[in-house]
Structures are given as structure tokens and as C-alpha cells.
Write a protein that binds this ligand. Structure first.
Ligand code: HEC
Ligand code: HEC
Ligand code: HEC
Ligand code: HEC
Length: 112
């Protein structure tokens, strides 16, 4: 019984490693494990932004990206959920473009 649970967890972990995204590699390099984001070792659903904020702070992020205009971490859209832009197991996106659809190059961020 215990052994098969072990196998199931092992399968989940290794299958998630098949995907690839820049943030994922940084997190793995710093030993940020599944549980740090998912609050469980056998995740089945997306992690919540609340867990990101245990390690990352919106004000510090806004300062780090302050040279960008507009600033993705400090705009009229406010403090958005991190996971609207940052994906961990797939390509990240620029959520702003959900509304700013006119192809304006200032929204061509490269989201890590
Ligand atoms: C346990 C702490 C921890 C948690 C939880 C965490 N991170 Fe990180 N994150 C880090 C560390 C450490 C790095 C690597 C920082 C570095 O190398 O400068 C990092 C790197 C990143 C990067 C990469 C930036 C780059 O330069 O490529 C992004 C994006 C990021 N985190 C977003 C998130 C998001 C979104 C979440 C929630 C889903 C999250 N993090 C949860 C600790 C954490
Ligand atoms: C509107 C989209 C968006 C949202 C929402 C967002 N980010 Fe970002 N984030 C970006 C973009 C774009 C960059 C890259 C900026 C650049 O090119 O320097 C970035 C960069 C980062 C970096 C790297 C900063 C650095 O220069 O070292 C981290 C870490 C990060 N974001 C974490 C987060 C976390 C955690 C949240 C939620 C608290 C969040 N982001 C919310 C778009 C977003
Ligand atoms: C840095 C935070 C972070 C870490 C570490 C992390 N995840 Fe995730 N995970 C997320 C986020 C955010 C999502 C939402 C989808 C996405 O961003 O790709 C997600 C989604 C998932 C999902 C649901 C996919 C779906 O169908 O929606 C599974 C399953 C999952 N992760 C498993 C894992 C496993 C297993 C590990 C450890 C090897 C892990 N995750 C590590 C943040 C993280
Ligand atoms: C819910 C829809 C919505 C989202 C999401 C959104 N915006 Fe906007 N934004 C608007 C509207 C509406 C205006 C005012 C009309 C206009 O000028 O396009 C505006 C105006 C702006 C302007 C000033 C006008 C311009 O085009 O220079 C900037 C800069 C801007 N938004 C940046 C952002 C950034 C950065 C994000 C993502 C972090 C974002 N917006 C997300 C709806 C949105």
C-alpha cells in the first residue's frame, strides 16, 4: 500500500519534469519543490499565487522591473495573480494582452 503511493508520487513528479519552462528550471535549481507551491507532494490542480508570495514580494518585483514602461508588476491593472502571466510547467504569457489586443509593441514583454 505505502509502496504504491510512493510510486504514484514518483510518477507525478517525473511526468511534470517532461514539460519545460524557464521559471521551472530556476525553481528546480534553487530546490523549490512541488510542496512549496502546491502545499501537497502529489498535486492535481494549479498552484495558487498566495504561495508565490511567500518567497516573492510584489513591491520588490515592481522595483526590479521598474525600468519597463509600462511595468508589468505596477500598472493600472493592480497586483494581479502571478499565475495569470507566469506559468510553471508551460510557456508564460502576457495577460495584459487580453485587453490590449492592438499589437502595441510596448506589451511585447518576455515573461519568464
Ligand atoms: C520557496 C520559495 C519560492 C516559491 C514558493 C516560489 N518561488 Fe519563484 N523563485 C524562487 C527562487 C529562489 C528563484 C530563483 C531566483 C534567482 O535565481 O535569482 C525563483 C525564480 C522565479 C522566477 C524566475 C525569474 C527569472 O529570472 O527567470 C519567476 C518568474 C518566479 N520565480 C515566479 C514564481 C511564481 C509565479 C511562483 C508561484 C507559482 C513562485 N515563483 C513560487 C523562490 C520561490
Ligand atoms: C502582467 C503579467 C505579470 C504578472 C501578473 C506578474 N508578473 Fe512577474 N514578470 C512579468 C514580466 C513581463 C517579467 C519580465 C520583466 C523583464 O523583462 O525584466 C516578470 C519578471 C518576474 C520575475 C523576475 C524579476 C527579476 O528581474 O529578477 C519574477 C521573480 C517574477 N516576475 C515573479 C512574479 C510573481 C511572484 C508575481 C505575483 C506576485 C508576478 N511576477 C506577477 C510579468 C508578470
Ligand atoms: C514554483 C511553483 C511551482 C512548483 C515548484 C511546482 N508547481 Fe505545479 N503548478 C504551478 C502552477 C502555477 C500551476 C498552474 C499551471 C502552470 O502554471 O503551468 C501548476 C500546475 C500543476 C499541475 C496541474 C496541471 C493542470 O492540469 O492544471 C500539476 C499536476 C502540477 N503542477 C504538478 C507539480 C509537481 C508534481 C511539481 C513538483 C515536481 C510541481 N507541480 C512543482 C506551480 C508550481
Ligand atoms: C481588463 C482589461 C485590461 C487589462 C487586463 C489591462 N488593461 Fe491596460 N488599459 C485598459 C483600458 C480600458 C485602458 C484605457 C483605454 C486605452 O487607452 O487603451 C488601458 C490603458 C492602459 C495604458 C495607457 C494607454 C496606453 O495604451 O498606453 C497602459 C500603459 C496600460 N493600460 C498598461 C497595462 C498593463 C501593463 C497591463 C497588464 C499588467 C494592463 N494594462 C492590463 C484595460 C486593461
Amino acid at each position: 500500500m505505502k509502496f504504491s503511493i510512493f510510486l504514484a508520487i514518483g510518477f507525478l513528479c517525473s511526468s511534470s519534469l517532461v514539460f519545460g519552462a524557464p521559471a521551472q528550471f530556476k525553481h528546480q535549481a534553487k530546490n523549490v519543490n512541488c510542496e512549496a507551491c502546491h502545499k501537497t507532494n502529489a498535486p492535481v490542480a494549479a498552484a495558487k499565487s498566495k504561495s508565490c508570495k511567500q518567497c516573492h514580494n510584489y513591491n520588490e518585483l515592481a522595483a526590479k522591473t521598474s525600468k519597463l514602461n509600462p511595468n508589468p508588476h505596477d500598472s493600472h491593472a493592480g497586483q494581479l495573480r502571478c499565475t495569470l502571466c507566469h506559468k510553471e510547467h508551460s510557456e508564460s504569457v502576457v495577460y495584459c494582452k487580453e485587453c490590449h489586443k492592438n499589437g502595441d509593441p510596448k506589451f511585447n514583454f518576455k515573461t519568464p
